[in-house]
Ligand binder design. Structure first.
Ligand SMILES: Nc1ncnc2c1ncn2[C@@H]1O[C@H](COP(=O)(O)OP(=O)(O)OP(=O)(O)O)[C@@H](O)[C@H]1O
Length: 186
């Protein structure tokens, strides 16, 4: 099955996704592709690092859900492998709301989960603690509520990221229920 975790910037998608992978069986995290060179301190599994020729050949094969060029490098979300369309192996895509819209258009069966902050002020605090710059923070917070509305309009299920342990347990329970339903009505 294919699960999408989306929400505004800084709400905690990366943090929650990392925890879900550890606690839900047979759930893998989708990795983006990039032509950017790997930074020295960056894990080899942060992206699938490829050269431009391989990237463009995958574009020609319609192998991406979405891709973009940013500062002379390409970034793309690969289409999930066939095995993730069954009930045994599961893929988690951690993505912004624009990306979730594109996934909804291409994969009607994807389950969309919308992560929201407990309040605007807490979202602002998290971005500040993470070290984002002040102008950037105000813009992200201003966008957050309209992004959440768009994500809910896609039929997404809402989860409030207040207490981390609680939201991870709640989303893991939702994913396991979806997997159970898939086995009951494949
Ligand atoms: N439940 C929580 N309580 C307190 N802090 C949290 C919680 N969840 C995440 N955070 C913190 O909030 C900050 C933003 O989290 P994270 O980077 O996972 O967000 P994100 O949605 O993936 O952001 P982006 O879209 O920019 O990649 C991090 O510093 C993280 O440690």
């Amino acid at each position: 099955m294919i699960f999408v975790l989306c929400g505004p910037g800084g709400v905690g998608k990366g943090t929650v996704a990392g925890r879900l992978i550890e606690c839900v069986e047979n759930l893998s995290l989708s990795r983006s592709w990039t032509t950017r060179t790997r930074r020295e301190n960056e894990s080899a599994s942060a992206y699938v690092f490829v050269d431009e020729e391989s990237f463009l050949s995958k574009v020609a094969d319609h192998g991406f859900i979405e891709y973009a060029r940013f500062l002379d490098n390409f970034y793309g979300t690969p289409l999930p492998e066939e095995r993730f369309f069954g009930c045994e192996s599961h893929l988690l895509l951690e993505i912004d709301v624009q990306g979730a819209k594109q996934i909804r258009e291409l994969i009607a069966s994807a389950k969309i989960m919308v992560l929201t902050p407990p309040s605007d002020s807490e979202l602002e605090r998290r971005l500040r603690v993470r070290g984002d710059d002040q102008g950037h923070i105000a813009a992200r917070v201003a966008l957050a509520n309209s992004e959440i509305e768009s994500a809910l309009a896609l039929g997404g299920q809402r989860f409030i990221n207040d207490d981390l342990e609680a939201v991870v347990a709640e989303i893991a329970g939702f994913i396991e229920t979806c997997i159970g339903d898939c086995h009951d009505h494949p």
